[in-house]
Design a protein around this ligand. Structure first.
Ligand code: NAD
Ligand code: WQD
Length: 353
């Protein structure tokens, strides 16, 4: 069993991954500044993981840009014998529009934060890393499904920060032996743990389709705006590769196993289902899950959107022995379960850990 540092472990994808790793028997140190999350998420992760996980989750409130906070996390990892075996690096900012308005903050947190983390890892002799990259790297894709060999051509500051960190990781891996690194390029993560106890809890008006639909379904918002009905797709709405957050969490476990059981590696892998679904299909599927219609209106296209982005997930299957197992109905059923049981997310219970 391994000891793993999870940066950003209280967030949407991080909390689900923590649960999967605890259930697999690993010990975790989470470092999170709660910039976009609640300590309640990790409290619930511990409840879900059950008594067998007691003592295997240490939580540190801190910032990846602060060396002192990173030192506390590495010290926590070393407190019960040998140090950390690996890091999963989720911490970062992820809102495309916000990155256009505040590019320096995005470069600071995403790029400088990753640089600080890598320096701390090198100093502590921990050279195994799974990094949260994004399909946003591909910009407007030239071929669909998109293979990892597709050109990296981001179209917004958020995408540029992910491309910069991937480049930093290639440079670090080439600089000395011993690094085992996986950059996982997520497509569109959605849904929630089937218990409905943990899920996605965006601040303010959701930027992304799935949480927006969920909030319309639960009555927090009036209707979904469908950004464009004239795309070159079967029903005219945009097509994406939605991936259940539990499949994604399991993808991280598979990546860790692949890294920790092999020698020096630098993996760059798409994590997606390979299936495309249109906005209107997602709205219909969610309506089936919640048992009532979801009001929507078709509006203008959103600037910066592509018509279709779908992963070619072949490489991840070959390298990790991993593929998605859950379909769009599972994503909607579990997403609805979470939203229905927690209409205001974690907000009503924001307490310290
Ligand atoms: P999230 O915002 O829910 O989680 C990110 C976590 O990082 C939060 O808990 C936040 O508090 C923490 N954090 C932010 N800045 C920090 C800092 N300076 N120090 C310590 N902690 C900090 O987002 P998520 O959806 O779980 O995404 C996780 C990662 O995956 C991000 O790097 C994101 O860019 C990437 N990603 C997300 C998506 C998506 O659609 N959700 C898609 C592709 C890639
Ligand atoms: C999906 C589809 C919209 C909202 C973003 C980031 C990407 C990655 C995942 C982090 C599109 C349509 C949306 C709405 C709509 N994140 N839509 N009405 O844009 O594919 O990807 O999240 O790395 O970097 O760009 O996801 O959920 O915003 O949009 O019609 O209110 O839904 O046009 O076709 P996207 P999304």
């Amino acid at each position: 069993m391994y000891k793993i540092l999870i940066t950003g472990g209280a967030g949407f994808i991080g909390s689900h991954t923590c649960l999967v790793l605890l259930e697999a028997g690993h010990s975790l140190v989470v470092l999170d500044n709660y910039a976009n999350s609640s300590p309640e998420a990790l409290r619930r992760v511990m409840q879900l993981a059950g008594p067998g996980a007691e003592g295997r989750l240490q939580v540190i409130e801190g910032d990846i840009r602060r060396s002192a906070d990173l030192e506390r996390a590495f010290a926590a990892g070393a407190s019960t014998g040998a140090g950390l075996d690996a890091v999963i690096h989720f911490a970062g900012l992820k809102a495309v529009g916000e990155s256009v308005a505040e590019p320096l903050r995005y470069w600071d947190v995403n790029v400088s934060g990753s640089q600080h983390l890598l320096a701390a890892m090198a100093a502590h002799g921990c050279r195994t890393l799974v990094f949260s990259s994004s399909a946003t790297l591909y910009g407007y894709p030239e071929t669909v499904p998109i293979p990892e060999s597709a050109p990296i051509q981001p179209i917004n500051p958020y995408g540029y920060t992910k491309a910069a960190v991937e480049q930093m990781l290639r440079d670090v891996a080439a600089s000395e032996p011993g690094w085992r690194i996986a950059s996982l390029r997520y497509f569109n993560p959605v849904g929630a743990h089937p218990s409905g106890r943990i899920g996605e809890d965006p601040n303010g008006i959701p930027n992304n389709l799935f949480p927006f639909i969920s909030q319309v379904a639960v009555g927090r918002r009036e209707q979904v705006q469908v950004f464009g009905g004239d795309w070159p797709t079967t029903d005219g709405s945009g097509v994406r590769d939605y991936i259940h957050v539990m499949d994604l969490a399991e993808g991280h476990l598979a990546a860790l196993k692949a890294l920790l059981s092999g020698g020096d590696q630098l993996l760059q892998l798409n994590l997606g289902s390979g299936q495309g679904h249109s906005v209107l299909e997602v709205i219909e599927a969610f309506a089936r899950a919640c048992g009532h219609a979801i009001p929507y209106v078709i509006t203008q296209r959103r600037s910066g959107d592509a018509a279709i982005t779908v992963a070619d997930p072949t490489e991840a299957k070959q390298q990790l022995g991993w593929q998605t197992r859950r379909n769009l109905d599972d994503m909607c059923k579990d997403g609805w379960h979470w939203q229905h049981a927690n209409p205001n997310g974690y907000t009503s219970v924001r307490t310290s850990y």
